[in-house]
Design a protein around this ligand. Sequence first.
Ligand code: BMA
Length: 355
Amino acid sequence: MSCKSALQSSARHIELCDLNAHENARYLMARIQEIAKTGYAFGHQDATAYGIGWKNDGTLHKSDVNEVTGEFPGIYGFELGHVELGHAQNLDTVNFQLMGDLIKTAYENGGITTISWHPNNPTTRNSAWDTTSTISNILEGGILNPKFKGWLYRLAGFLNSLKTKSGKPIPVVFRPYHEMNGSWFWWGKKSCTPEQFKQLWRETFEVLTEDFEVHNLIYCYATDAVEDTTEYMNYYPGDGYVDMLGIDLYHKKTTEEYIQLLNENLDMLAEIAKEKQMPFALTEGGLEGVKVVDWWTEVLDKNISNKGLSWALMWRNASLNHYFAPFVGQKSSEDFIKFKNLPHVLFLKEIEKIR
Ligand code: BMA
């Protein structure tokens, strides 16, 4: 008799773009697909690394979301910017060793981790926001290609270090080179043609999977807000290199405009995802400072709950000037608790059961 769950059995039939993906990664994909059948999971960037007025020194199991609701998020966003430089901490001062531990804790509790990466500009070594042209230098044959491979080697080192107590790979969703249709990153529209972008993605995939044996990833392609399907697909590297789809949608203008943006963009993405039979998510979002008291139930949930997405991830609680989830005493807290209690909004306890 088999002890495997139905989900574990169905995971055996899942094909990821990395044909050598570990079975844990295929199983994660099965869970991500399954989540969307019940509702959508709530995610928060750096949820357990720090919050308003606190920072994890390695001794805490804490998150602003849990302080407010008594529950932890289902989805955990972490960021690898500066791993490529061999630094001990990322660009937002999260120590990589600690991050690995937090990813492990999230995994052992049934949570899901999604990883973004804001690598520095390989040519100037300035930040990811330095749009100085660098792409032709780093692609195969470019003068900085060996150096960039060295960066990917360090990235792979971190990804391969994600292991359970018994040494099994911890699968994560990898969402590199995001928001490429915007002009603020060196891999973005202003600095890189769509063909160069696709090449960068494919070479990264090949180097990670073939040269450095990284097999615990689900590859997620995520743009910033788009006008239409054509813009969304403009940089798409191909079905052989992508497992799931994402989009980053921030509430920057009026509430009416954000509602329209969510509906138009997510309806469009749902169509593409359906055609490709891929799961999809709101991979980044939020209203900085959550200034609208009933934002969670009235603005976010009402406009995303019927779309079929697997999760919605809010960006980080860095400081009182830059936060996207409530903390104790924040004005949207009460509404956030209502949001958490909606049956289709899934926090850790609920996605933990989707196994
Ligand atoms: C941006 C901001 C920055 C941060 C970067 C990477 O949206 O939050 O402060 O460094 O993401 O996490």
